[in-house]
Design a protein around this ligand. Structure first.
Ligand SMILES: N[C@@H](CCC(=O)N[C@@H](CS)C(=O)NCC(=O)O)C(=O)O
Length: 246
């Protein structure tokens, strides 16, 4: 009887393992790894890479050094006339704009829709946050740091005030919420956390926005198993080293 039970348990575990393996190689996974043209510290590239990790999606990473013009070759411009990284090639299907790539990954390969809900109202809130990110938060962060990073200019107080205004709005939106679009981690958190990782690496003081500081800690923890340190934190540190060079 003991031997029989042992054999049954062994069979059961074989069954569980085979199914897990089959699930992880389900038809929702691409036949061949998706190519991602990227540069490690690039904020939108980091967001796409963490989304892929969260979904268990293998990427064929193609280093594209925009500092050396690798994005301005005729081949690259033929693929993406806007010559930006990240750009994705999923077996001939080309896409750029990080937030569009993240949404595509979940739609095409997510085992469920939790990172980008199908429910129209839940998805609308995620979309609102993503639009707030691309249209307001990220550009205001850029206006504070790009003149300092790449033109050696002084930080503009006006730009800082505008960034703080956006942080204040997000802090209010976050009242009583676990993640930016509600109870669950979504691609909006993955997109928005990149800016906070950079602000943190640049020693920008956002401690007065308590909902945001708590959300930042929570989101870092949630993304830790999916490459937060090696992808996002490391990228922020590279950018900070440019800032602190002189
Ligand atoms: N909104 C785009 C921004 C992409 C972008 O501007 N990427 C920068 C690097 S972080 C780039 O490729 N710059 C080179 C260029 O625009 O020629 C996204 O989220 O993917």
């Amino acid at each position: 009887m003991g031997d029989y039970l042992e054999a049954e348990i062994k069979l059961f575990w074989e069954y569980v393992k085979t199914n897990a393996a089959a699930r992880s190689k389900s038809s929702r996974m691409p036949a061949q790894a998706i190519k991602l043209y990227y540069l490690p510290p690039s904020p939108p590239c980091r967001a796409v890479m963490m989304t892929a990790r969260t979904l268990g999606l293998d990427l064929n990473l193609v280093l594209t050094n925009i500092m050396e013009g690798a994005h301005m070759t005729p081949e690259y411009i033929k693929m993406n006339p806007q010559h930006t990284v990240p750009t994705m090639d999923d077996n001939g299907f080309i896409l750029w704009e990080s937030r569009a790539i993240m949404a595509y990954f979940v739609n095409a390969y997510g085992r469920d829709d939790s990172l980008y809900p199908k429910n129209p109202r839940l998805r609308a809130v995620v979309d609102q946050r993503l639009n707030f990110d691309i249209g307001t938060l990220f550009p205001r962060y850029i206006d504070v740091y790009m003149p300092v990073l790449f033109k050696g200019e002084e930080m503009s107080q006006e730009a800082v005030d505008k960034l703080n205004e956006a942080l204040g709005w997000l802090n209010t939106i976050m009242e009583g919420k676990t993640f930016v679009a509600g109870d669950n981690l979504t691609i909006a958190d993955i997109s928005i956390v990149i800016t906070f990782t950079n602000l943190d690496a640049f020693d920008y003081d956002f401690s007065e926005y308590e909902n945001l500081t708590q959300w930042f800690e929570r989101t870092k923890k949630a993304l830790e198993p999916y490459g937060y340190m090696e992808i996002d934190h490391a990228g922020g540190q590279i950018l900070a080293s440019f800032l602190k060079k002189d």
